[in-house]
Every structure is written in structure tokens, then in C-alpha cells.
Design a binder for this molecule. Structure first.
Ligand code: PRP
Length: 206
């Protein structure tokens, strides 16, 4: 039995479609169900940022989560495969009428992604004051809470509708298949066989 942690929402749906394609049958969380068992798999329906936590602690053997979350959390897990879905980027956003002033001694950045932000500005030797938020990040520069934001841009609609533009890209992200280190050794055959099957579906969709 393999336990698979999936992030709620679109990535979970697309991942479950891949499982349906491989194994047949219905892979779908019903209502507010958090655990689903189908054949040799148990799926956990968890928050995006929590996927690597379940995997790192071994409560899930494998998981699917964005590279942005893996990078932000700096966890001790094995990255198996880029699943080529949920493509987005992490970018600096700023009001349309503003420019990022790199000479400012302390740029105020609102973000959920504190580590990625810290590292990016440190690599440019620019000081930042980071204001940690949990959502609706685009609001911060509009009300003067921050000079700019670091956030996920997928379609770009949220920034556009709020009068923001991308000032700079930080990284590309997409959903990755990850594994717990102990599980990877203890259940290597099962995990590698699943990896091969998912990889061939991912390739056929590319
Ligand atoms: C994410 C992200 C942006 C938006 C980007 O937010 O934080 O706000 O999606 O997508 P777009 O470029 O396609 O508009 P999410 O929906 O996860 O909500 P939250 O950040 O408010 O939790």
C-alpha cells in the first residue's frame, strides 16, 4: 500500500486523472472526504503547503507538490519527477505606476514565501524587510503595507485585475512527485513502478 499526499484543488484533480488513466476506476475525493482508498493506494487530501510535511514525516510515502513549496520549505525529501502540471512562476509584483527601487536601503516585500524572498534579495545584496502574509498578497502594495510582493503568478489575472505588474521573475514552478527517504528505500519497487507509469502518462501529455 502506498500513501499519496495531494494538494487540494486543481493539482489534485489532474493527478487523480493520471491515476485513473493508469489504473482505471474512479479516483475522486467525495465531498469533504480527506482520505480515499482505491486498490493499493491511499490518497490524502491536504493543503498545498502541508504536502511536503506529510511526506517528510513519513505519514505519506509520496506526494505531489509545487517546486515553489519544496524550495520554500527546504525539506529533506526525494524529488522524483517534474509532472509538468500546475505551471506557474514566482515573481516580484509591483504597482503598474511604480518601479522597483533597488537602491532603497530596505525594500518592503509582502509574501507567503519568506525563504525564497530572503535568498533572492540576498543574492543581489539588497536589504529587505519581509512582511509575512498568508493570502491575498496582491492587496499589500495597494494599501501601502509593502513596496512590492513576491507571489505566484499563473495566468497573471490576479495581478492585472489589481493594477499590478511583474517587475522580475524569480523562479519557474510546476508540480513535482516527491518521496519520503525511508519509504523510497523500503518500498523502492512499488515507488519506481509507479514513477515509470506516471512518467509515461506525463510524457504522452506533453
Ligand atoms: C495564488 C497566488 C495569486 C494567484 C495567482 O493565490 O497567491 O494570488 O494564485 O494566480 P493568477 O496569476 O492565475 O491570477 P491563491 O488562489 O492560491 O490564493 P491566496 O494566495 O490568496 O491563498
Amino acid at each position: 500500500m502506498l500513501t499519496v499526499a495531494l494538494p487540494k484543488g486543481r493539482i489534485a484533480e489532474e493527478t487523480l486523472e493520471i491515476f485513473s488513466e493508469i489504473f482505471g476506476g474512479e479516483f475522486k475525493f467525495e465531498g469533504r472526504e480527506l482520505i480515499m482508498e482505491v486498490g493499493n493506494f491511499r490518497f490524502l487530501n491536504v493543503r498545498n503547503q502541508d504536502v511536503p510535511t506529510y511526506v517528510e514525516h513519513g505519514s505519506a510515502d509520496i506526494g505531489v507538490v509545487g517546486l515553489d513549496v519544496i524550495t520554500e520549505k527546504e525539506l529533506d525529501i526525494i524529488k522524483l519527477l517534474d509532472m509538468n502540471l500546475g505551471r506557474c512562476k514566482v515573481a516580484i509584483g509591483i504597482k503598474n505606476e511604480d518601479e522597483l527601487d533597488w537602491s532603497k536601503p530596505n525594500i518592503k516585500i509582502a509574501t507567503k514565501m519568506v525563504n525564497i524572498t530572503q535568498k533572492y534579495f540576498a543574492s543581489k545584496a539588497v536589504g529587505v524587510e519581509i512582511i509575512k502574509l498568508y493570502g491575498s498578497i496582491e492587496l499589500a502594495p495597494l494599501v501601502g503595507l509593502a513596496d512590492a510582493i513576491v507571489d505566484i503568478v499563473e495566468t497573471g489575472a490576479t495581478m492585472k485585475e489589481n493594477g499590478l505588474k511583474v517587475a522580475e521573475d524569480i523562479m519557474n514552478s510546476s508540480a513535482h512527485l516527491i518521496a519520503n527517504k525511508n519509504s523510497y528505500y523500503a518500498k523502492k519497487d512499488e515507488i519506481l513502478s509507479l514513477y515509470e507509469q506516471i512518467n509515461s502518462v506525463v510524457k504522452s501529455r506533453a
